[in-house]
Design a binder for this molecule. Structure first.
Ligand code: SF4
Length: 357
């Protein structure tokens, strides 16, 4: 049995102070952390329970037309907030495609960002894993790599980040609000997760003891509401992580693409923003040839990390083209029963601005 201390602080300042202890971990819904502890994958010495911290469970629509999502807002509550879903339909769609209904009812916004890779070797303490034990080696390399990375990986780690939520958040320039012993700071979500390099044990840019307090979407993010989709390909219809996913958001001006936002999930150890593809789309007619060129650019640097995952590169190209096609057609009035199904054949475009949720 692993012994650990347990604290339930009453304020963010108290939480940060409590987490200054070496080996401390923040506990929110625990949908990932408790599984890791039960499996002996992680052994924190001190759990700092942040579930009762006041004020972190609110969705605040800001005067500048942005939105601030408290760290403890549950995934289901955010997805089903009608005003939020109307303004950020791809984010709602990503949330609804994640995990299961029970897990979405419990899991929090910050916890979604902080969840660990689902590399099966990471979850098996008998397998060497550089992320779990730096320098131990990587059992995935040469192993079962079907769900591993095709972008941004290194010889030290080829895992992927499992979040759906983070993919549209990265595309929409979300900002993570962080509190620590030195005060508060903002971190761009696109910079929040680290690629593995030679230190895959460092997964985010958080300093020890820093706590996520909120995620903000800037005012410009709502400007894509009429043409925004999240598509996810997975091995089961529900309760499965993405093999590949894509968030596509377009702002159309006079029949042409004024601005595009694109990000991929399931392909790297962080949500993968496709800046070059976005640049290529600007000014183009929203047509297949432009979408194909953008997808080619987005995957230009992709390479398999094992014998079993080369297919993900072509799959990612096709999912990007499909996501762009659906986004150009218009955000549907309602999220389909199966959110973001790449196999759905028809989607009713909304007349303007999409009533959704
Ligand atoms: Fe560990 Fe990363 Fe290798 Fe998986 S891919 S075994 S997480 S080092």
């Amino acid at each position: 049995m692993n012994l650990f201390d347990y604290t339930r602080p009453a304020s963010v300042a108290e939480a940060v102070a409590a987490a200054a202890v070496p080996g401390a971990a923040y506990l929110a819904a625990g949908t990932n952390l408790l599984d890791l502890m039960k499996g002996g994958v992680v052994t924190p010495t001190h759990l700092v329970d942040v579930t009762r911290l006041p004020g972190l469970d609110r969705i605040e629509f800001l005067d500048d037309d942005g939105v601030r999502i408290g760290a403890l807002v549950r995934n289901a509550d955010l997805a089903h907030d009608a005003r939020f879903a109307r303004a950020y339909p791809a984010v709602a769609e990503a949330l609804l495609s994640g995990a299961s209904a029970q897990l979405r009812n419990a899991a929090t916004t910050a916890g979604n960002l902080m969840q660990r890779t689902r590399c099966p070797y990471f979850y098996d303490p008998a397998s060497p894993c550089n992320k779990r034990a730096p320098g131990a080696g990587c059992a995935a390399t040469g192993g079962a790599t079907r769900l591993h990375a095709v972008l941004g990986w290194s010889e030290h780690c080829i895992a992927t980040h499992p979040s759906d939520l983070c993919v549209p958040l990265a595309a929409l320039d979300a900002v993570v609000e962080v509190a620590g012993a030195a005060g508060t700071r903002d971190v761009a979500l696109a910079e929040f997760h680290r690629l593995p390099g030679d230190a895959p044990e460092h997964e985010t840019v958080l300093a020890p003891g820093e706590l996520i307090t909120a995620v903000r979407l800037p005012p410009a993010a709502a400007g894509f509401s009429a043409h925004a989709r999240y598509l996810k390909v997975r091995d089961r219809t529900s309760y499965a992580f993405a093999v590949v996913s894509a968030a596509a958001a377009l702002r159309l001006d006079g029949g042409r693409i004024g601005e595009a936002r694109l990000a991929l999930g399931g392909v790297a150890l962080k949500p993968w923003r496709a800046h070059e593809a976005e640049r290529l789309l600007a000014g183009q007619a929203p047509e297949r040839a432009a979408f194909q060129a953008a997808a080619d650019a987005a995957l230009a640097d992709a390479k398999p990390s094992g014998a079993a995952n080369a297919f993900k590169i072509e799959l990612a190209r096709r999912i990007l083209v499909r996501a762009l096609t659906l986004a150009a057609a218009g955000t549907p009035d309602r999220v389909p029963a199966l959110p973001g199904s790449p196999f759905a054949s028809s989607f009713a475009p909304s007349p303007a601005g999409a009533a959704h949720g």
